[in-house]
Design a protein around this ligand. Structure first.
Ligand code: PMP
Length: 358
């Protein structure tokens, strides 16, 4: 057959979303299944969000504000920066893609830790950049020294995922300070902080507060997790104004939808509820970690809303065993299993499944 798409994409692994709850429940003949596979927060949309969405929808025959002015200003004042430094997008994953597009030409290098967020290799390959994957430490964390050593004169972008998806591990201020000091000034460092709201270790820096003023640092945040907008797609980044301006030039026009803008504004009004919900998740994370360590002692400490089970070759089998009991987790074959922290009842169901599987 005549080839119509790039041959190099054949070898690229596809992004694997967590399995659909309805499909799994139907297959198993259960009334419902529990999804702990996509790192969502389980408590429903924040108060005010459904109403804001319903109102916004009445104007959905119109394009949204392409400049996203109201929301950008709101985010800017919430995070203590100027509005010209904020760029919003269709989820932070889209912004990661745009960042790669704004920095790399084909053959340029993107350095990141591995295993980390599965979208990174896909993003790099999509623009013809070369992925330089630096293996995690034995403790499943970023090896920042090795990452610094991996930077060459082809490197345009370095991604630090803190806390790291899927291992939950995080890098602390002293090592990140040292790392950022060694990165050449013409290499952009992305601090992907999708899980920042769940961090309790005071040695793990808030990238925006701590490094936001560095010229070559971009901080990436999402409203999909703690802010409960995963289904509406809203992420944002904060960069220096010149960097933000260049990124905006390659943004897909109108990619922060009318509904997403309205929902994000409503969510920002409900921050007290976000804090309350995160506290429940954090408590549950500690409880689940402690229970799991009785079954599997080397579960790493997580600063995110999920935990990592370093099961190696047993990962796929463990995932299948949980699914048989109606609990959908996210196995990474040959490596480990990521389990999102759910409600206390959901976590109990997972722990029971884990106990029988292990
Ligand atoms: N970064 C990391 C580390 C993530 O885990 C995710 C979500 N899985 C994202 C970015 C993207 O989130 P979204 O596109 O929903 O904003």
């Amino acid at each position: 057959m005549t080839r119509l798409t790039r041959a190099d994409l054949d070898a690229l692994p596809a992004y694997v979303p967590g399995r659909n709850v309805a499909d799994v429940a139907r297959e198993l003949g259960l009334a419902e299944a529990i999804k702990l596979a996509s790192n969502e927060v389980p408590f429903g949309p924040l108060p005010g969000v459904p109403e804001a969405v319903a109102t916004a929808v009445t104007q959905s025959h119109r394009y949204p504000d392409m400049g996203v002015v109201q929301l950008r200003d709101r985010l800017a004042s919430r995070y203590g920066v100027t509005g010209d430094r904020v760029v919003t997008g269709c989820g932070s994953v889209a912004l990661a893609e745009i960042l790669a597009k704004a920095t790399c030409l084909p053959g340029d290098e993107i350095v990141y830790s591995w295993r980390s967020f599965e979208a990174y290799p896909i993003i790099a390959a999509g623009i013809g950049a070369t992925s330089v994957k630096v293996p995690n430490t034995a403790g499943h964390s970023h090896d920042l020294t090795a990452m610094a050593d991996a930077i060459t004169d082809r490197t345009r972008l370095v991604i630090v995922c803190n806390p790291n998806n899927p291992t939950g591990t995080s890098v602390r201020k002293a090592e990140l300070d040292r790392f950022l000091d060694t990165v050449p000034s013409d290499v952009l460092v992305v601090l992907d902080e999708a899980y920042r709201e769940f961090v309790t270790d005071d040695q793990v820096p808030d990238g925006l507060a701590t490094y936001g003023d560095r010229p070559n640092v971009v901080v990436l945040r999402t409203m999909s997790k703690a802010w409960g907008l995963a289904g509406l797609r809203m992420g944002f980044l904060v960069a220096q104004p010149e960097v933000a301006g260049a990124i905006r030039k390659v943004l897909t026009p109108f990619s922060t939808s009318l509904v997403a803008q309205a929902a994000a504004l409503a969510a920002l009004d409900a921050e007290a509820e976000v804090t309350r919900r995160c506290a429940i998740i954090i408590n549950e994370r500690e409880r689940v970690t402690e229970a799991l360590r009785k079954l599997l002692p080397d579960v790493p400490t997580s600063q995110a809303n999920f935990v990592w089970l370093p099961l190696g070759d047993r990962a796929a089998e463990f995932g299948a065993a949980c699914e048989k009991r109606g609990v959908i987790v996210r196995p990474f074959a040959g490596d480990g299993v990521r389990v999102t922290i759910g409600t206390p009842e959901e976590n109990d169901a997972f722990l029971a499944a884990a106990e029988s599987a292990l």
